[in-house]
Design a protein around this ligand. Structure first.
Ligand code: HEM
Length: 474
């Protein structure tokens, strides 16, 4: 637990820079570390059928939370993914924008209040309060109210408590994480659980209240709660079979509706939606605080955007704030939220190189390493958003930049993530210039006790009000 798995994988890859893959051990279990982009493409996309599981597939039904779409695999994954895809179309996400703008207004007030108390703020904490508010309102149609009180008030907020249950870091949690992923048979044999059952109980209560308010009929919001309500009224859930990718076209799968499985999806969207974006938001601010030139360019772009739109936030910011978007992309290159993407072989297969892989074999894709490999990105340790500007973006080789994964299991929420992070950044940069707080280190240590990227000790930044901010009020 001294180093993050993404960093460990990177150190191994650096010892064998010319090998397309390296046989390693994850604890006591063999794992294949693949660093060649063509083979990564093979695993994520071309031969998805054989690699459709994340890891320890057989054990994902041992807990309700791990039945969620992120952890599950095979036909169960396909059923859930296909039946929830409609929530993330361009039209649906655009319709969510007014809710995000509403959260940004409350976020503006939160910043005003907090900066009156102290010029130094921990931006991961305030970022999480903002992104929980956005996700809960977009997905469940509920006001999470994470931003009205002070930090101590939010610690008791039910959604904040849920967030902590999913992502809190502690030595015991770290040990459990490792034990579960390396020795699942022993872990579950001893009756252990990774996630508290209170998570699903709380989500069940939240949904029940929303359903009651909607009188158990889907509303016009067409959000996640409506979708679950519709599916709960069906006898069967139907999707195209994964086998279709392999064999006969048109094959369908059908599963009797399972309310536990449906409720488990709440934690997917909540967990995948807020923590990832809060970290990316705060790491972008961290890099802008260190890189004054980039911060000035971002500020100029924000001011021009607000002038053109009479200080109104709208969906167009996704298409117009290209430099700020490049800053987010560059941040995700340096700090990918999943520094190691995992897959598991679900049926014996052969790689294009002739390497035979047996069912159950772990496959690890070292995203953190690939993003910082000088073969793919020159001066890789430097924060250079220009890499992602329109003229140079095309120089990035396929499958060397994977902050959202790729293939059929690619992140479902890319658009929502971009919308909420960009909107949060506009809200902050229109009013403040930021710099590192006294004593804040210039490089970040990654928390080793958790599988997603988390900076150790938070991100403390100093906020200085910018000149003329009164003209840029929402
Ligand atoms: C900056 C923010 C985000 C980042 C960096 C991120 C990154 C990722 C990554 C790397 C994966 C795994 C992909 C793979 O295995 O190939 C993933 C999966 C997923 N993400 Fe995101 N994500 C973000 C935000 C969101 C948001 C806002 C939502 C939804 C509201 C979301 C929903 C999901 C879901 C449902 C999956 C599981 C997909 C599956 O297994 O089929 N993500 N995300």
């Amino acid at each position: 637990m001294k180093s993050h798995s993404g960093k460990v994988a990177s150190d191994i890859c650096k010892r064998f820079p010319k090998s397309p893959y390296i046989g390693t051990y994850y604890g006591t279990e063999p794992a294949l570390l693949i660093q060649d982009p063509d083979l990564i493409k093979h695993v994520l996309t071309t031969d998805f059928y054989h690699f459709n599981s994340r890891e320890i597939a057989k054990y994902t039904t041992k807990e309700v939370t791990t039945m969620n779409m992120f952890f599950t695999y095979g036909e169960r994954w396909k059923l859930v993914r296909q039946n929830t895809t409609s929530l993330f179309t361009l039209g649906k996400t655009k319709n969510m924008y007014p809710l995000i703008a509403e959260s940004a207004n409350v976020f503006e007030k939160l910043l005003d209040r907090e900066t009156k108390v102290s010029k130094v703020l921990e931006v991961r904490e305030i970022g999480a309060r903002y992104t929980i508010d956005v996700i809960i309102s977009c997905i469940f149609g509920v006001n999470a109210d994470t931003m009205s009180g002070c930090k101590a008030d939010t610690e008791k907020n039910p959604f904040r408590v849920l967030g902590d249950m999913l992502f809190a870091v502690s030595p015991i949690r770290g040990m459990k994480n490792i034990a579960r992923s390396i020795w699942p048979a022993i872990f579950y044999g001893l009756g252990q659980k990774m996630f508290s059952e209170d998570i699903e109980i709380s989500f069940r209560d939240i949904l029940e209240n929303v359903f009651k308010e909607r009188q158990y009929k889907p509303s016009t919001r067409n959000d996640f709660a409506d979708l679950i309500l519709t599916l709960m009224n069906e006898k069967y859930i139907v999707a195209d079979s994964l086998k279709k990718l392999e064999r006969e076209a048109g094959e369908k799968i059908r599963m009797e509706r399972d309310n536990d499985l449906l409720i488990a999806q709440c934690s997917t969207f909540f967990a995948a939606g807020f923590e990832t974006s809060a970290t990316t938001f705060s790491m972008t601010l961290f890099e802008l605080a260190k890189n004054k030139e980039a911060q000035e360019k971002a500020i100029t772009e924000v001011d021009e955007y607000l002038r053109r739109h009479n200080n109104k936030l709208d969906y167009e910011l996704v298409n117009e704030l290209l430099y700020l978007d490049a800053c987010i992309s560059e941040t995700l290159r340096l700090y990918p939220i999943l520094p190691l993407i995992t897959r598991e072989v679900v049926e014996d297969c052969v790689l294009p190189t002739g390497l035979q892989l047996n069912s159950g074999m772990r496959v690890h894709l070292p995203i953190y390493h690939i993003h910082r490999d000088p073969k793919h990105f020159s001066d890789p340790e430097e924060f250079r958003p220009e890499r992602f500007c329109s003229e140079t973006k095309e120089d990035i080789a396929p499958y060397t930049y994977l902050p959202f994964g790729a293939g059929p299991r690619i992140c479902m929420g890319i658009r929502i993530a971009k919308m909420q992070i960009l909107t949060g950044l506009v809200t902050l940069l229109k009013k403040y210039r930021i710099s590192l707080a006294e004593g804040m280190a210039t490089s970040i240590e990654i928390e080793p006790k958790i599988l997603v990227f988390q900076p150790v000790g938070g991100i403390r930044l100093k906020f200085e009000p910018r000149e003329g901010w009164e003209e840029r009020m929402f």
